[in-house]
Design a protein around this ligand. Structure first.
Ligand code: PRP
Ligand code: URA
Length: 209
């Protein structure tokens, strides 16, 4: 069974509280999505492996720590996932970035694929799939299946707000993928929007509504 990490850091909780407000404009919403993603990345990388290496400071030789595990890739689910990329790249500048294009059909709520471009060595990397919203879980599950079909084995998923329905679906369909969640909300409404949620993340990031 996958691990589900719900972030309890006060700064993450405070910023999520701000972006839920309906009177926050796109500029502030977008900036805060990036900031939250950076804080979440910090929390979600706590278990990365380190090794000792000897270096020379201006004063003397010493042993320092450096990352020793797999290299990383960030894969946002378009569109809204793009809003999280810069914040994570600020923390992990060497990560490569892939893109998976999916949108949720407004009538069937099923994900529709329209784009997939991944780093060539994605299969050898630790991949963080990112999307601000996990609602039914259809988009996330499909994106992760696309990665697995291309040979990616080490996958984590990071979202800012999740519904219990999406978490349950992910645990059922991808029990090997750990979930990093900013806030776990109450339920989905009849349009499959997260309640209380924050509305349509893509529209709020890009100002399209
Ligand atoms: C939103 C969101 C997720 C998906 C979540 O994207 O960013 O990708 O819905 O819903 P689900 O868990 O029920 O699949 P949307 O389809 O609105 O596309 P957009 O990012 O282009 O706005
Ligand atoms: N997608 C969103 O952007 N928001 C929701 O609440 C559900 C799906």
């Amino acid at each position: 069974m996958s691990e589900v990490h719900v972030m309890d850091h006060p700064l993450i909780q405070h910023k999520i509280g701000v972006i839920r407000r309906k009177d926050i404009g796109s500029r502030d919403f977008r900036a805060m999505i990036g900031e939250i993603a950076a804080f979440m990345c910090y929390e979600a990388t706590r278990d990365l492996k380190l090794q000792d290496v000897e270096i020379e400071t201006p004063i003397c030789k010493t042993v320092v720590k450096e990352l020793s595990g797999k290299k990383m890739a960030i894969v946002p689910i378009l569109r809204a996932g793009i809003g999280m990329v810069d914040g994570i790249l600020n923390m992990i500048p060497a990560a490569k970035v892939g893109h998976i294009g999916l949108y949720r059909d407004p009538e069937t709520f099923e994900p529709v694929e329209y784009f997939c471009k991944l780093p060539a060595d994605c299969g050898e990397r630790e991949v963080f799939v990112v999307d601000p919203m996990l609602a039914t879980g259809g988009s996330c599950s499909a994106a992760i299946q696309m990665l697995k079909d291309k040979g990616v084995k080490n996958i984590r998923f990071m979202c800012i707000i999740a519904a219990p329905e999406g978490v349950a679906r992910m645990q059922e369909e991808h029990p090997d993928v750990d979930l990093y969640i900013g806030a776990l909300d109450d339920h989905l409404d009849e349009h499959k929007y997260i309640v209380p949620g924050l509305g349509d993340a893509g529209d709020r990031i890009f100002g399209t509504k």
